[in-house]
Design a protein around this ligand. Structure first.
Ligand code: NI
Length: 226
């Protein structure tokens, strides 16, 4: 499932992030890429553990915690500390699949990357190109969102970032280990949850809503890995 989550960060938070990032010391993005991805990756990143990475990462994590849509769609067990990248001057990231297991540089804790996330920090009109292309069985999806908006997509997918031919594309990126490993199962739970929310809005106090809520939790109980 590919889903966009609007307004994860407020306008003020985006401005705060950009003020810190636009003056930061970026390094070659190849440092965190696996063997195959290194060959196709050409962008800049802030190092893991850099004070700006840590501070802004905490801001992103706090924003995720207050997003019901993120919780429902990702069903997060662990979130990898958010990182930040910058594409400019033709920078791009060719077709790749994300590394399955990553270690948190600070704690050594490993996470399985089930869901990939890109949180846009540049407005679309600030740069040319830079679309995220995600492949699934329905074709290729092109994503370019307003600053502060985020896209979630299966980490199992092949994806790429088109060359940025004007301006700079700044974003936060990270991964989620979900309680639900399978994208198909996670999508099913998300669809069920969305239906329950609609039912609650259209028929408050519905006994059917209570029954479906029970089904939702019992599926989660059956499938969740902790
Ligand atoms: Ni990737």
């Amino acid at each position: 499932m590919l889903i966009t989550i609007p307004d994860v960060l407020t306008v003020g938070e985006v401005a705060q992030a950009r003020a810190a990032l636009d003056g930061a010391e970026w390094v070659d993005g190849k440092v965190t890429a696996g063997y195959q991805a290194q060959k196709v990756k050409e962008n800049l990143q802030l190092p893991e553990g850099h004070p700006v990475t840590v501070k802004l990462g905490e801001m992103v994590l706090a924003a995720l915690a207050r997003s019901p849509l993120f919780m429902s769609a990702a069903l997060p067990l662990r979130v990898f500390p958010p990182m930040f990248n910058r594409y400019t001057g033709g920078g791009h990231f060719g077709t790749h699949v994300d590394t399955a297991i990553r270690s948190n540089a600070m704690t050594g804790q490993r996470i399985r990357t089930d869901v990939s996330a890109t949180l846009f920090l540049s407005a679309p009109e600030e740069y040319e190109g830079g679309e995220l292309h995600v492949e699934d069985t329905y074709g290729v999806h092109s994503v370019k969102l307003p600053a502060g908006h985020m896209v979630l997509y299966p980490a199992t997918s092949l994806h790429r970032v088109a060359p940025v031919t004007r301006g700079a594309r700044v974003a936060s990126f990270f991964w989620v280990q979900s309680m639900i490993r399978s994208d198909g199962d996670r999508t099913l739970l998300y669809d069920l949850d969305t239906g329950i929310q609609r039912l609650a809005a259209e028929s408050p106090g519905s006994a059917v809503g209570v029954q479906f809520t029970g089904v939702y939790h019992n599926l989660l109980r059956r499938w969740a890995e902790m």
